[in-house]
Write a protein that binds this ligand. Structure first.
Ligand code: PMP
Length: 318
């Protein structure tokens, strides 16, 4: 779909996958005015194709758009774009039972000019790509590198938006994590509070059953996290959003107050954290049953193996 000042949203169409033409002066190439979403579609046993809480992705795309001075795509158009793509790809059959279809809606400034201002011409696309499970052979605990030299976002910045610049900023710390033998990187805010991983939110489970997750304007509000916390609340767990400092984390683990730590996002669903490594420390993390049991409950809902009591699935085909 295209958007222009005066013309609004127009020209919705499905086209074959392939390169797109961009003017070398397209604003996105210079000023990074772009946003995206990540969402999966799941094929159920009866052949129907469903996606998980897509309105939430549509609303988050609107929040990202506001922050990046891009036009807000109506949520109905967002949903329609996923359905249109799926109906062309109606023959999508996963190669394996654990495959899903990753959908990547994105919007960027295509107007060509060199001054710095919001673009008057914008394009919105969705691409689809089949993906296998994040963990081959079942979820395994991940190791986390604490980024002490780099921040992912700052107060008032773009941390809560899903925009490419945030991911560009996390590439170097992520490379550092790999060099340190870790799978993922975790970021702190300027006050030493835990924010999130490069592409996942974080949740702490306390001894009394309370789940605590960082609440901040500079992290991405994950839809997986929100769903897992609702499932935990359904089971009677107390759920709290508040700051968690690095020292609370480390001391909580050392004293046994924190009994599980896990990361979550669309790609991995839930990844238990097995290790936190910093420049001068190496903390083993306690593993427990809750993360994996919430993971199973959520994936069962997504794949249609368990009743969708929250009405989270939306059928895309038919
Ligand atoms: N934080 C960041 C930075 C992410 O990229 C993602 C993945 N979209 C998440 C958190 C988790 O969000 P969700 O559960 O909606 O995938």
């Amino acid at each position: 779909i295209c958007w222009s000042v005066g013309g609004g949203w127009h020209r919705p169409r499905v086209q074959p996958y392939g390169p797109i033409a961009l003017d070398p002066a397209a604003a996105v190439l210079h000023y990074g005015q772009e946003i995206f979403e990540g969402i999966k579609a799941y094929r159920h046993e009866d052949g129907s194709i469903h996606t998980f809480r897509p309105r939430q992705n549509g609303l988050r795309l609107q929040r990202s758009a506001r922050r990046l001075a891009l036009p807000e795509l109506p949520v109905e158009y967002f949903i329609e774009s996923l359905k249109a793509l799926i109906s062309v790809d109606g023959a999508w059959v996963p190669a394996a039972a654990d495959q899903s279809l990753y959908l990547r809606p994105f919007m960027f400034a295509k107007e060509a000019f060199l001054g710095v201002r919001p673009a008057n011409k914008v394009n919105y696309y969705v691409i689809a790509s089949p993906v296998g499970p994040y963990f081959k052979g079942g979820a395994k605990p991940v190791s986390i590198w604490l980024s002490e030299d780099y921040a992912r976002a700052g107060k008032g910045g773009t941390g809560a938006a899903k925009t490419g610049g945030n991911y560009a900023a996390s590439l170097l710390p992520q490379a550092e994590a790999y060099e340190e033998g870790c799978d993922q990187v975790v970021f702190l805010d300027q006050d030493g509070n835990v924010e999130e991983l490069g592409g996942m939110n974080i949740v702490f489970v306390y001894k009394d059953g309370t789940l605590v997750t960082p609440q901040s304007d500079s992290i991405l509000e994950g839809i997986t996290r929100d769903s897992l916390l609702q499932l935990a609340a359904d089971r009677g767990h107390k759920v709290v959003g508040r700051n968690v400092s690095l020292s609370e984390w480390r001391e909580g683990v050392a004293s046994g107050d924190i009994v599980e730590v896990f990361a979550c996002g669309t790609a991995a669903v839930v990844a238990p954290i097995g290790l936190l490594k910093g420049k001068s420390f190496f903390d083993e993390q306690p593993l427990g049953p809750l993360a994996m049991s919430l993971r199973e409950e959520l994936t069962d809902i997504q794949y249609g193996r368990r009743e969708d009591t929250h009405d989270w699935l939306l059928r895309l085909d038919g």
